[in-house]
Design a protein around this ligand. Structure first.
Ligand code: AHR
Length: 678
């Protein structure tokens, strides 16, 4: 048959198959294509201690300034009676301060301490709390009585006490004491009190590292994580867990950069660090926001392991935050001193992967994890730029490559989504041959609406992209987690997946925010002292990760990728384990439209999970956490009753053995379809 004739027949045939289709947009799923592998690391989590994400949030410790080491050693504490701060003779050399309590001078007075956590201590009726502290008697009496109490100091009930226990300090040597306290009612902003409870007027007691954890932590770890918040992370099915940031990596100045070595070993002896998000801004200041180091690098690697994510640590490259420092102040480490920073990074890899006989592998093993964590990635620097960065980055990277050639290096494209710094950095990253480049784009709606094709034109060789920090920020003051922002993120993310040969990792940022203590928004997960709320953006991330698939295959409208076609952005993946074809599609139009999926025949079932709100400004709240949530429906794959009736939606069998499944996709809707082929 002549070529022209074949073509003519094909056109006629497809026209025939389409004749009875409803009026709509046909998306053709090319299930025969080999496709592009989607990396297991594709959708992940960014975890930085901003917005009380760790201390005061995920890290389940309830006591603020438990070691009395803040610049003001009693910050976070209210004291009454005779309380002194001492620093000689404490049990922990790197945290020298402790407090001394003594008889207050009158039997009807009290001496003690009160701690209200960072933003109040959330206490729940019936829940148990593990109190521990180190103490010694310091006066004549050999034993000294104490009373520990969970309280509701701002409640109007007759009795502020929710639960109390007596503890007797029995030694003049520093000893750890532990007791379980039970709350008889709920107090969202409760407090903890520790009182000298002794009849002797000569009773003197020293106290250090006063710590209070819920008994029920994530995976029951003693130095554990808040269960509801950690579960929210696990439910994201993350491929990676980036930590510790963010700007926290860099520090306001080099001395408060993140130093991982200060966050391992016994928690009592981990030095604190002033949080970079503490009082840097006048508008939302939190002067008692320090990093305890309690959720440190061991806990981070454990968390990553527990939730099935690859750890992606980011280390300081010897430069403090460039936004906050003029180079003329010399805020960066000199090139001669860079070795210390490089060694820290090499030691971190040894801590993660080294044998228990190695120096840092031993520390890990002694903490309870003799098996290596299997670290594969290392990010060097966060939002850096300029010649001063490259002259530090290059030797840094070479040293890591020389010792650990298998570790994949994450470089950076700086703080912006494009422009001169971005272009220069990409050029340098290519020249240096990094494995991945970290891109950040906190941008407004217009960017997310129009850039699902951002990676279509990226080079297919060279470093891969780690979309390491991004979120749609509403313009005109709409900087909260409204549905429209989530929809636009979902739409944009079709382009990440379609370009899975370029983009191999991504993480929305930031992840957590305490409703009373945020410095940055929008954020993925909001919480207060007792409750958690998953934002609309959270559900988008979760839908992507839970429906990631193994390979992305072509999905086309009129032979072209579905990038900004009739207000639609879409992608299709195959899950090799189940055989499912997974279409993710965002309809950005306010109006519904008929979509027709051209699919292989023989489907055994299908469902659609949709995220939608009639009001684009809708958001979930702690009081109404389920206002906008994904809704799953089974699809009816029975053939339509009258295939010639173009008004009927549903399944039509095509002459070529394929099927066309049509339905009306709601306006402003993100939907994930799973078509089962097995
Ligand atoms: O995610 C909040 C901040 O945004 C990060 O710390 C920083 O990397 C970026 O500027």
């Amino acid at each position: 048959m002549r070529k022209g004739l074949t073509l003519g027949l094909t056109v006629l045939l497809s026209a025939a198959t389409l004749l009875a289709q409803p009026r709509g947009t046909t998306l053709v799923v090319d299930d025969k294509a080999e496709g592009i592998p989607i990396q297991p690391t594709m959708y992940g989590i960014f975890l930085e201690d901003i917005n009380f994400a760790a201390d005061g949030g995920l890290y389940a410790e309830k006591i603020c300034n438990r070691s009395f080491e803040y610049d003001n050693p009693l910050q976070g504490w209210k004291t009454f009676g005779k309380v002194e701060v001492l620093s000689e003779g404490g049990p922990f050399d790197r945290n020298p301060h402790y407090v001394r309590l003594r008889y207050p001078g009158h039997p009807a007075r009290q001496c003690g301490l009160e701690n209200g956590g960072w933003l109040g201590i959330g206490l729940e009726a019936g829940a148990e709390y593990r109190l521990s502290f180190w103490a010694r008697t310091a006066g004549k009496p050999r034993t000294v009585g104490l009373l520990a109490a969970l309280c509701d100091p701002y409640g109007s009930a007759e009795n502020q006490v929710l639960g109390a226990e007596e503890v007797t300090v029995t030694s003049s040597k520093w000893t750890k004491y532990e007791v379980v306290l039970k709350a008889d009612r709920t107090a969202p902003k409760g407090a903890f009190r520790l009182l000298l409870w002794d009849e002797s007027q000569e009773a003197v007691v020293d106290l250090e590292h006063v710590s209070l954890f819920p008994a029920d932590t994530f995976h029951e770890d003693e130095n554990g994580l808040r269960k509801d918040l950690a579960q929210a992370l696990a439910d994201l099915h993350p491929g990676i867990l980036r930590f510790p940031g963010g700007c926290i990596v860099e520090g306001t100045s080099l001395d408060n950069r993140y130093q991982w070595k200060n966050t391992v070993g016994p928690v009592e002896n981990r030095p604190i660090n002033i949080n970079r998000w503490n009082y840097g801004t006048f508008e939302r200041m939190f002067p008692d926001y320090y990093q305890s180091g309690g959720l440190g690098f061991y806990e981070y690697f454990r968390l990553a392991e527990e939730i099935g994510a690859e750890p992606v640590p980011i280390v300081s490259c010897g430069m403090a935050c460039q936004f906050q420092n003029d180079p003329e102040w010399h805020p960066n480490c000199s090139l001669e001193d860079l070795g210390t920073y490089i060694q820290d990074a090499l030691d971190l890899i040894e801590f993660a992967n080294g044998s228990p006989k190695s120096k840092w592998g031993k520390v890990r093993a002694e903490m309870g994890h003799p098996e290596p964590f299997g670290l594969k990635y290392l990010g060097i620097g966060n939002e850096q730029w300029g010649a001063e960065f490259i002259e530090r980055f290059e030797p840094f990277m070479k040293a890591v490559r020389a010792k650990y050639p298998d570790i994949q290096i994450v470089g950076t494209s700086g703080p912006y989504l494009g422009g001169e710094w971005f272009d220069d950095l990409w050029k340098e990253m290519r020249r240096l041959g990094v494995d991945l480049v970290d891109e950040h784009y906190y941008s407004w709606e217009g960017f997310y609406e129009k850039n699902a094709n951002r990676y279509d034109s990226y080079p297919r060789t060279g470093p891969k992209v780690f979309a390491g920090e991004y979120a749609c920020h509403g313009s005109d003051g709409k900087k909260f987690n409204h549905f429209n922002a989530a929809l636009l993120e979902a739409s944009f993310m079709t382009g990440l997946e379609r370009n899975a040969d370029v983009v191999v990792m991504s993480s929305y940022a930031p992840t957590f925010a305490h409703v009373d203590g945020w410095q940055w928004r929008p954020d993925l997960i909001w919480f207060d002292n007792l409750r958690v709320m998953r934002s609309c953006s959270y559900y988008v991330q979760q839908l992507y990760a839970a429906n990631k698939g193994s390979r992305v295959i072509p999905l086309t409208i009129d032979g072209k990728p579905v990038a900004d076609v009739r207000n639609l952005n879409a992608t299709c993946a195959v899950d090799d384990a189940t055989g499912d074809l997974i279409v993710k599609i965002a309809n950005l139009s306010p109006y519904s439209q008929v979509v027709i999926f051209d699919l292989p025949g023989g489907l055994t079932g299908a469902e659609r999970t949709a995220l939608h709100s009639d009001n684009p400004m809708d958001e979930n709240t702690l009081d109404e956490p389920s206002r906008v949530v994904p809704v799953t429906e089974q699809l009816d794959l029975a053939p339509v009753a009258d295939p010639d009736n173009e008004w009927l939606l549903g399944v039509r069998h095509q002459e070529n053995g394929r099927i066309a499944y049509s339905e009306r996709l709601g306006g402003r809707t993100f939907a994930v379809y799973r078509f089962h082929t097995k």
